[in-house]
Design a protein around this ligand. Structure first.
Ligand SMILES: [Zn+2]
Length: 332
């Protein structure tokens, strides 16, 4: 059917939750194509950034093809700025307030009002329309290149879904990828030195935003990073069913197929094997666990009807996943 919508599976998650791994695994399916973070990678001018295929990004076969196609379509494209990021202004913080999260408030009505105000500014409306066109072009180019029919966008941030929703040609659905909060806390501590309580609050905010926003645009499937690693085939099969492709078990090396993934260190590894990162179990000190527990308990007390809070705390054990499929605030 010429007018059939393009299935787009969006990976919504916090950082350090396995989205690069999931994008690699899904890209290994013959009917699925992904570059993971399709809004591009912000590397510095002096940095040499490599695609997962091993080439410098500007020499990568796929991204050179995207560049040529964008030029043909008269869409701006640079290897450090694809034009798909929904960037209205230069400053990151101001751009976030205009296109994603408002400062200090999470309110769908206020965000809707903000969105109406933003599109009432002609230059912003033109920019959003151009970025919509760029995103759709990127998706079509990727699917044609990969001879696939389902596109996976691994940009993680749920607010991006509201922009993609404007693109009428897309059939959106979301996989909400959840990793144990303590893994997220350790990763932030190791990379940025953030205190455990701060990371725990960010994780809860991320999860609450995903739970609030993703259902607005289409069906949501929640999966856990730990299941993706421990029961890879079953977990992939549930996602394959969710997007309507045949089940395709993991072949043992997700790099055995052509790949052009923008994501974490995993893109440099020689072989594509699934390795579960549970370093938090050894490396996160008791005081950090206690801080995470305190923040999570406070959240659950204040938000007793929130999907992240179910099932009741008494049903949880440390490290166990929530059977209702949402948060992994199992820290008691
Ligand atoms: Zn490449």
């Amino acid at each position: 059917m010429a007018d059939a919508k393009i299935p787009l599976l969006y990976i919504a998650s916090s950082s350090y939750s396995g989205s690069t791994l999931l994008a690699f695994l899904l890209n290994a399916h013959p009917e699925i194509f992904s570059v993971s973070e399709m809004h591009g990678w912000e590397y510095s001018e002096r940095e040499t950034f490599h695609c997962s295929c091993g080439q410098v990004l500007s020499e990568c076969r796929f991204f050179r093809h995207v560049s040529a196609e964008f030029a043909r379509l008269r869409l701006p494209f640079a290897f450090r700025e694809f034009g798909t990021r929904y960037r209205l202004v230069r400053g990151d913080q101001l751009n976030r307030y205009l296109t994603a999260q408002l400062p200090r408030v999470s309110s769908t009505p206020l965000e809707r009002l903000r969105d109406v105000l933003v599109v009432s500014v002609p230059s912003f409306a033109r920019r959003l329309a151009r970025e919509d066109a760029a995103n759709l072009a990127f998706i079509r180019i990727g699917l044609a290149y990969g001879e696939a029919r389902v596109f996976v966008d691994g940009c993680k941030n749920p607010f991006r879904l509201r922009h993609l929703r404007r693109i009428a040609a897309l059939d959106l659905r979301t996989v909400h990828l959840v990793r144990d909060i303590r893994g997220f806390v350790l990763s932030n501590k190791a990379k940025w030195g953030w205190p455990a309580a701060v990371s725990a609050r960010i994780w809860l905010q991320d999860q609450a935003d995903i739970v609030r926003i993703a259902p607005e645009v289409g069906p949501v499937l929640t999966i856990h990073y730990e299941d993706l690693c421990d029961r890879t085939d079953d977990t992939l099969a549930s996602i394959h069913r969710f997007v309507g492709v045949e089940q395709h078990p993991f072949c043992g090396d997700f790099k055995a197929v052509e790949h052009h993934i923008l994501g974490n260190w995993m893109r440099h590894a020689e072989r594509g094997v699934v390795t579960k990162d549970t370093r938090w179990e050894q490396e996160l000190p008791p005081e950090d666990i206690a801080a995470v527990t305190a923040v999570a308990r406070r959240f659950m007390r204040r938000h007793q009807d929130h999907p992240l809070t179910h099932p009741p705390l008494s049903d949880r054990r440390p490290g166990r996943q929530c059977p209702r499929g949402h948060g992994s605030i199992a820290v008691s």
